[in-house]
Design a protein around this ligand. Structure first.
Ligand code: NAD
Length: 487
């Protein structure tokens, strides 16, 4: 089979020429997945112009109901091309087939359907104003699209995170210029085909491939024709993008990193907690921003929970993503494995004991070129150890005992991140109380990664700026114009 070349999609057309291409390498075995056309400044400029032309043309006159109908057509086409998206996502990430099927691709269609419903039901803010002297007025706020929105996303849940932003942006009448991660160009390219097939007007969805610094990411975020930036990725990249947005004073929505805690109380159902924690630590090889990397366990059940988790970690099956038995894929790249492995070395130096994993597995010759790492659990690390404070973004967690609820809350909140937490307890009052005291955007009780797409999603501190989801997305992707009419 010939290796595909993935192209940029601008103004409704896949562009044939590109100044440069780069290689996408499989994290499963190091093989070549695709050649990818890298967008230069000129390509970004053409995309901005195509977007502007769409806003000024037919797209700018679409009603909310027409946009909702378009979103439903996109969702339908995603389902028709489910297998292509699945293959693309697995080729890029190596994630197990069942995970890509049930989480990534299924959620892509769900994102478009959810925002079709939300935009169709959206009303206007309005107030009847009564002044002390008897005059009256009607105030109402019209919501207009921001305009040309830059959508920059990471590699861990490529299609899910991309559609999570594209769906509401288009629902609100914007045009988007999407830059997927250089590690995951494939599913975004299939999505561009789907956009054309679903009848999305030219210039509404544009796709540019490339890297961050001195490449498509930087060219996009510094372009003065961009009206807003929505970004998911590392906190340090968020900081760079914020500087890029500053000269033109553009709005940003940031979903960034985390160092998420789980609090396990002695009154919990241990089996349920161990099952939930296994998911929250190891799903997608720990490469979900919401994954747990710190587990605080009440002392009387510490040994039991630790033993249960170690048993579950050792039972995870690493291997070919298409094998039904595989539960756990590789990390995204050898480069990322180098980073994660350096944390394993540091954990050992800092007094940690690996009760599961701790190294690089031998999966045989076929997978020797892949970015594999063992699911790893540490005990014996102090709360202050750097490996317990910095985001690792791998299948790695440290387990630490605590004695009181107050101490657990203090430890969980003692971080510069503020994305997610989970509380495991059989005491409902405690669940509500502790979950509400977490300084995070998303707090779960006796579950993890259970999402309602209408609820606010995002984080505080180093974990981000703003919230997306439901009307929160509509608020970011629109600019209100308040109209006051004297009655
Ligand atoms: P990353 O920040 O390295 O890259 C994300 C995207 O930004 C990529 O498309 C990349 O090419 C681009 N980029 C990099 N430098 C840029 C620059 N200077 N200007 C413009 N664009 C630039 O992140 P990653 O390694 O791809 O993803 C992992 C990170 O994403 C983790 O920190 C994880 O926690 C975070 N994440 C957060 C959420 C959330 O919802 N909070 C969700 C998923 C992932």
């Amino acid at each position: 089979m010939t290796t595909p070349t993935l192209r940029n999609f601008v103004g409704g057309t896949f562009l044939d020429a590109a100044a440069a291409t780069f290689e996408k390498i499989s994290p499963v075995d190091g093989s070549l997945v695709a050649h990818v056309a890298e967008a230069d400044r000129g390509t970004i400029d053409t995309a901005v112009k195509a977007g502007r032309a769409a806003l000024e043309g037919r797209w700018g006159r679409f009603t909310a109901h027409e946009r909702a109908a378009l979103l439903r057509r996109i969702a339908g086409r995603i389902e028709e091309r489910f297998d292509d998206l699945l293959a693309a996502e697995i080729a890029d990430t190596g994630k197990p087939r069942d995970l890509a099927r049930d989480l990534d691709v299924a959620r892509a269609a769900a994102n478009f359907r959810a925002f079709a419903d939300i935009i169709a039901a959206e009303g206007l803010d309005s107030y009847l104003t009564e002044m002390p002297d008897g005059r009256r007025a009607l105030n109402y706020a019209l919501r207009k699209p921001l305009g040309v929105v830059a959508v920059i996303v990471p590699w861990n849940l490529p299609l899910l995170l991309l559609t999570w932003k594209v769906a509401p942006a288009i629902a609100c009448g914007n045009v988007v210029i999407v830059k997927p991660s250089e590690e995951t160009p494939s599913s975004a390219t299939v999505l561009a085909e789907i956009m054309a097939e679903a009848g999305v007007p030219d210039g509404v969805f544009n796709l540019v491939h490339g890297f961050g610094p001195n490449s498509a990411g930087e060219f996009l975020t510094t372009h003065e024709g961009i009206d807003g930036i929505t970004f998911t990725g590392e906190s340090s990249t968020g900081s760079t993008i914020m500087r890029a947005a500053a000269p033109n004073v553009r709005p940003v929505s940031f979903e960034l990193g985390g160092k998420n805690a789980a609090l396990v109380f002695a009154d919990t159902d241990v089996d349920r907690a161990v099952n939930g924690l296994t998911r929250s630590i190891f799903t997608n090889t720990g490469q979900v921003c919401l994954c747990t990397e710190r587990v605080y366990i009440e002392r009387p059940i510490f040994e039991e929970v630790a033993a249960g988790l170690a048993e579950r970690a050792k039972a995870l099956v690493l291997g070919n993503p298409w094998d039904a038995a595989t539960t756990t894929g590789p990390l995204i790249s050898l480069n990322h494995r180098k980073k994660v492995f350096s944390y394993l070395e540091r954990a050992r130096e800092q007094g940690g004991t690996a009760i599961a994993g701790g190294g690089i597995p031998d999966l045989g010759d076929d997978l020797a070129g892949g970015a594999w790492i063992e699911p790893t659990l540490w005990t014996g690390l102090s709360h202050d150890a750097p490996v317990m404070r910095e985001e690792i973004f791998g299948p790695v967690a440290g387990l630490i005992p605590f004695d009181t609820e107050e101490e657990a809350v203090r430890l969980a909140n003692d971080t510069r991140y503020g994305l997610a937490a989970s509380v495991w307890t059989g005491d409902l009052e405690r669940g509500h109380r502790v979950a509400g005291r977490m300084n995070v955007g998303i707090s779960w009780v006796n579950t993890w990664f259970m999402r309602d797409l209408r609820s606010p999603f995002g984080g505080s501190g180093l974990s981000g700026i703003g919230r997306e989801g439901g009307v929160h997305s509509l608020h970011f992707y629109t600019e209100p114009t308040n109209v006051c009419v004297n009655l």
